[in-house]
Design a protein around this ligand. Structure first.
Ligand SMILES: [Zn+2]
Length: 101
């Protein structure tokens, strides 16, 4: 199936997700990225380790979730955004090249 933005919004607004998120924060109350660097930071966000669109079937799999502090979450979101922008630019370049023939 094709996962739309609407599906994703609906998922993040669902009670099931809120409960899963809460459960994850109980298991890992500290930011897991900071922990890897021996830093202790309270987790504020729960992030899907893989792209939700690609791993839609596993969206309720707690093993794919990461507890993150605000700073680490922002960092990851920025990286994803930059990657997406780069992919978009590449697509446009290819399109231009194709049209230019
Ligand atoms: Zn962190």
């Amino acid at each position: 199936m094709t996962v739309t933005d609407k599906d994703i919004t609906k998922f993040y607004n669902s009670k099931a997700w809120r409960m899963l998120r809460q459960q994850k924060l109980l298991i890992n109350p500290l930011c897991q990225t900071c922990q890897m660097e021996n830093k202790i930071e309270a987790a504020r966000q729960v992030h899907h380790a893989c792209n939700l669109r690609r791993a839609w079937e596993s969206r309720y799999d707690i093993k794919l979730l990461f507890s993150l502090c605000g700073a680490c979450h922002a960092q990851i979101e920025t990286e994803i955004y930059v990657e997406r922008q780069a992919a978009e630019r590449q697509k446009q370049d290819e399109e231009l090249r194709r049209l230019g023939g």
